[in-house]
Ligand binder design. Structure first.
Ligand SMILES: [Zn+2]
Ligand SMILES: [Zn+2]
Length: 166
């Protein structure tokens, strides 16, 4: 039986106490569990990604980090993102290129979700559904493919914007 889907706005991206929402397990715990030691600058970056109420691009991440540690540079940001990505702890997203060619990053979630991007206001919504899980199972079964990463992005107009005249 399919349970009801979860729709979450970006405001739900931070650490959520509500397990029924899309949650993000602790990156620091994951790193520790894998025996990875990180510098204080990297720790700061990881904390910002973990707690961010938005999907962050590298420039925004650098901007936020610099306010807390002016010594952090672009290279550290990119190296940290590459390290997290290489270990499968964060996902890299295009988000329909609503703001040009930027890439966005988010901590891996407890369940795969689709992203919906509003072309008018730039709102990003997350959508998780057991129907999506079923589709993944079906794809794997029918194709014999072992799925490791799934990314689905949807562009259009959010509830509020679709009511406004163009
Ligand atoms: Zn909108
Ligand atoms: Zn997301």
């Amino acid at each position: 039986m399919l349970s009801s889907p979860v729709v979450a706005s970006e405001a739900h991206l931070g650490r959520s106490k509500n397990e029924t929402l899309i949650t993000r397990p602790s990156l620091m715990k994951e790193l520790a569990a894998r025996g990875i030691r990180i510098t204080s600058q990297r720790r700061l970056l990881v904390g910002i990604i973990q707690d961010s109420p938005r999907h962050l691009d590298a420039a925004t991440l650098l901007e936020i980090a610099k306010k807390r540690d002016p010594g952090i540079d672009r290279a550290t940001v990119y190296r940290t993102l590459a390290m997290l990505k290489g270990r499968g702890l964060i996902d890299e997203l295009d988000l329909m290129h609503i703001e040009g060619e930027k890439h966005y990053y988010e901590a891996k979630t407890n369940r795969d979700h689709c992203h919906m991007a509003c072309f008018r206001c730039g709102a990003i919504m997350e959508y998780a559904s057991s129907a999506f899980e079923e589709l993944k199972k079906e794809m794997a079964l029918q194709s014999g493919f072992e799925i490791r990463v799934v990314r689905l992005e949807v562009g259009g107009f959010c509830k509020k914007c679709k009511k406004k005249p163009a």
